[in-house]
Design a binder for this molecule. Structure first.
Ligand code: ATP
Ligand code: MG
Length: 582
C-alpha cells in the first residue's frame, strides 16, 4: 500500500540543538516506543507548516521539538508544506519558512516535501474509500451540511445523498475531478457516523471543488483535499513515526486513525502538546497578517513582530530561542508564558557573545575645562568581561564629550548619584570628573555641562588618596563619535492578553501607540563605523542592540534588542521551583 518512502534516505547530521532538558511526556512516549521496538527503532518526525504566512515564535517551539527529538534519537525530520489550500498560499511564504527553519539551526537535508506532492495518491485513496462504501458524494450546500451536523448534545442527520451507490459516487467524483461542476456544488465525504459524540467523525468532508490555481500543481486540479483528510495521510506516506501537533487537534486524532485503519496505511502516532502563548503577544498568522496588511507594522519582519523574521531583525539569536524553547518544555494544558522569560534567554545569550561598546542615546554635551584643548588620549576598554578572549579596544578621550541627558540632574533628587553640580563621578575607562557649572539655553534647558577632571584617575582608576565615587557613567568623545539612528521598541500590545477587548472592538484596539521610539541622532563610539547588518552589541548600561538592514553607507541604524534589566530573573528567584509563571 505504501508508495516509495522518501523519508528513509540520507544520513542525519546532528543539528545544534539545546542540551536536552528534563524529560517530558512526548520524549517518554518516544523512549517507550523505542524500547518496544515499535517502529523498528526509527524516529521520524516532521514540521508541517501551512505556507499562508510567516513563522512565529510558536512555530519555533514546534520546530525545536520535532527536530530536537529526532536528533536526540538519531532520527530524521522532514519539512513538509501543508499546501492543500490553493487560495491562501504563496511562494513568498514557502521561501521565508525555509529560511527561518535554517536560521533556527535545523536542517531537513533532502527531505523537503509538499502535501501537494501527494495529491495523486490522496485521490487514489479517496477512490479506494468510495469503492469500499466508505465515502460518498454529497450535493448538500455547505450551510445544509452544517445544519445536518447536529451539536455536542444532539446527533446529526444523514444527508439524503448518503445512500448513493458506489457506481454513482465513482462517477460523480470523477466528474468533480474533471471540472464538470462549479465550486461548492458538491463535496466528497467520509461515511462514518452522523451520531458520533465526536463531531469530527460525523461524515467529515474529504474533498471540495475549487477552481483555483495552485502554487505548485497549477491548474491540474479543481478538487482539493481538506486538511483533515490530507494531513494524517501525508504523515503515513512519509512513514512519520511520531506526528507531534498542538492540542486543538486532539479531537481529530480518531478521524486520522480511522483513515489509517480503512486504508491499511502506515500507522503514524499523533501526540498533542500545548501551543505557545506569550503575554503581550499574538501568535496567529491570520492576525499577524492583518497587522501587516493594515500597516500597523512595517512588514512581517518588523522588529516588534513575534515572527522569526521579526525577532531575527530585532537581534534575537537562534541559540536564545532554542534555549527558551527547551526551558518552557511541553504540557497537556494550554497556558501563557511571560514575555519577560523569552527576553531573559535573549539577554543570557547576548551577555556571552555581544561586544560592549559605548553609545549615548540622548546626548548632552560635557566640556572638561582643565583638559588640554587639542589633546586626545586612547583609553583601553574591555570588549567583553564575560569573554577574556574578546580582548580590548582603544576609545578616544578628549575635552568635549557626550553623556546621557539622564545622567545629569541640575537638582538631583535624593538617591540620585550621577552627575550634578559639585558632584564627582567616574567616566568609564576615562577619568573622574566633577561638575562645576552649567550653560543654559534661552528656555532654561541645560545646553552643556562644564566639569574638571583629575589627571590622577586615568583609565577611570581611583586616585592615590583613595577617594571614591558612587557612580560610573558612559560617554563618547564628541569629535570622534558617529551619528546613528536608534530604534527603541516596547511591547506591541498594551494588554497581557491582546485578544481581550471591549464589545465591538478587535485586537488592534490594544496596540501600544508607543511601541516604537526613534532616537536620532544618537552618538556611538567610532569602533562601530564598520558595523554590518546583524552585528549585535551591548551598549554599556543601556541594553543589547543590533544593526538594522535599513543601514546604508554613512547611515547606521540600530534596533534595541532588549534592555538590560531582567525582570524574569527576579520572578524566577521568587518562585520556589524556579519554573516559569503560567
Ligand atoms: P496559526 O494559528 O498561527 O495560523 P497554525 O497552527 O495554523 O498557526 P501551521 O502552519 O498549521 O500554523 O503550523 C505548523 C505547525 O506549527 C503545526 O504543527 C502547529 O501545531 C505548530 N504551531 C503553530 N502555532 C503554534 C504555537 N503557538 N505553539 C506551538 N506550536 C505551534
Ligand atoms: Mg493551520
Amino acid at each position: 500500500m505504501n508508495p516509495s518512502n522518501p523519508s528513509t534516505q540520507a544520513v542525519v547530521k546532528t543539528p545544534p540543538v539545546a542540551a536536552p532538558g528534563p524529560s517530558n511526556f512526548i520524549r517518554d512516549i518516544v523512549l517507550e516506543d523505542l524500547k518496544a521496538n515499535k517502529y523498528g527503532g526509527r524516529v521520524q518526525t516532521r514540521f508541517p507548516p501551512e505556507p499562508n504566512g510567516y513563522l512565529h515564535i510558536g512555530h519555533a517551539k514546534s520546530i525545536c521539538l520535532n527536530f530536537g527529538l529526532a536528533a536526540e534519537f538519531g532520527g530524521k525530520t522532514n519539512l513538509r508544506f501543508d499546501d492543500t489550500n490553493p487560495s491562501k498560499e504563496e511562494t513568498e511564504y514557502v521561501e521565508s519558512i525555509k529560511e527561518n527553519v535554517r536560521w533556527l539551526g535545523f536542517d531537513w537535508e533532502d527531505r523537503l516535501f509538499y502535501a501537494s506532492d501527494y495529491f495523486d495518491q490522496l485521490h487514489e485513496w479517496a477512490v479506494t474509500l468510495i469503492k469500499a462504501g466508505k465515502a460518498y458524494v454529497d450535493d448538500l450546500t455547505a450551510d445544509e451540511i452544517r445544519m445536518h451536523r447536529g451539536t455536542l448534545t444532539e446527533p446529526g442527520k444523514d444527508s439524503p445523498y448518503r445512500k448513493r451507490s458506489v457506481e454513482e459516487n465513482l462517477d460523480l467524483f470523477e466528474r468533480m475531478r474533471a471540472g464538470e461542476f462549479p465550486d461548492g456544488s458538491r463535496v466528497l465525504r467520509a461515511k462514518i457516523d452522523m451520531a458520533s459524540p465526536n463531531l469530527n467523525m460525523r461524515d467529515p468532508v474529504m474533498y471540495r471543488i475549487l477552481h483555483a490555481e495552485h502554487h505548485r500543481t497549477g491548474n491540474k486540479w479543481c478538487i482539493y483535499p481538506m486538511y483533515d483528510y490530507a494531513h494524517g495521510e501525508s504523515d503515513s506516506i512519509e512513514e512519520v513515526t511520531h506526528s507531534i501537533c498542538t492540542l486543538e487537534f486532539e479531537d481529530h486524532r480518531p478521524l486520522y486513525n480511522w483513515f489509517i485503519q480503512q486504508l491499511g496505511i502506515f500507522p503514524s502516532r499523533q501526540i498533542e502538546f500545548d501551543r505557545l502563548n506569550l503575554t503581550y503577544t499574538l501568535l496567529s498568522k491570520r492576525k499577524l497578517l492583518q497587522l501587516v496588511e493594515e500597516g500597523h507594522v512595517s512588514g512581517w519582519d518588523d522588529p516588534r513582530m513575534p515572527t522569526i523574521s521579526g525577532i531575527k531583525r530585532r537581534g534575537y539569536t537562534p541559540e536564545a530561542i532554542r534555549n527558551f524553547c527547551g526551558a518552557i518544555g511541553v504540557s497537556k494544558t494550554n497556558g501563557s508564558i511571560e514575555l519577560a522569560m523569552l527576553e531573559h534567554f535573549v539577554r543570557e545569550d547576548l551577555n556571552k557573545r555581544a561586544q560592549r561598546v559605548m553609545a549615548v542615546l540622548r546626548p548632552l554635551k560635557v566640556v572638561i575645562d582643565n583638559y588640554p584643548e587639542n589633546q586626545i588620549e586612547e583609553m583601553d576598554a574591555v570588549n567583553n568581561p564575560e569573554d577574556p578572549s574578546a580582548g580590548t579596544r582603544k576609545v578616544s578621550f578628549s575635552r568635549v564629550l557626550y553623556i546621557e541627558q539622564d545622567d545629569f540632574r541640575e537638582d538631583p533628587p535624593k538617591q540620585y548619584y550621577r552627575l550634578s553640580p559639585g558632584r564627582e563621578v567616574r567616566l568609564r575607562y576615562g577619568y573622574f570628573v566633577t561638575c562645576t557649572s552649567v550653560v543654559k539655553k534661552d528656555q532654561g534647558e541645560v545646553a552643556e555641562v562644564h566639569c574638571t577632571y583629575d589627571p590622577q584617575t586615568r583609565g577611570g582608576n581611583s586616585p592615590p588618596d583613595g577617594r571614591k565615587v558612587k557612580s560610573t557613567i558612559h560617554w563618547v568623545s564628541a569629535a570622534h563619535a558617529i551619528d546613528a539612528e536608534v530604534r527603541i521598541y516596547d511591547n506591541l500590545f498594551l494588554k497581557e492578553d491582546p485578544n481581550q477587548t471591549e464589545a465591538g472592538q478587535n485586537f488592534t484596539a490594544n496596540l501600544n501607540p508607543k511601541s516604537l521610539e526613534i532616537l536620532s541622532p544618537a552618538k556611538v563610539e567610532p569602533s562601530l563605523a564598520n558595523a554590518t547588518v546583524g552585528n549585535r552589541y551591548q551598549f554599556e548600561r543601556l541594553g543589547y542592540f543590533c544593526v538594522d538592514p535599513d543601514s546604508a553607507p554613512g547611515k547606521l541604524v540600530f534596533n534595541r534588542t532588549v534592555a538590560l534589566k531582567d525582570t524574569w530573573a527576579k520572578i524566577e528567584k521568587k518562585t520556589e521551583k524556579g519554573s516559569p509563571k503560567r
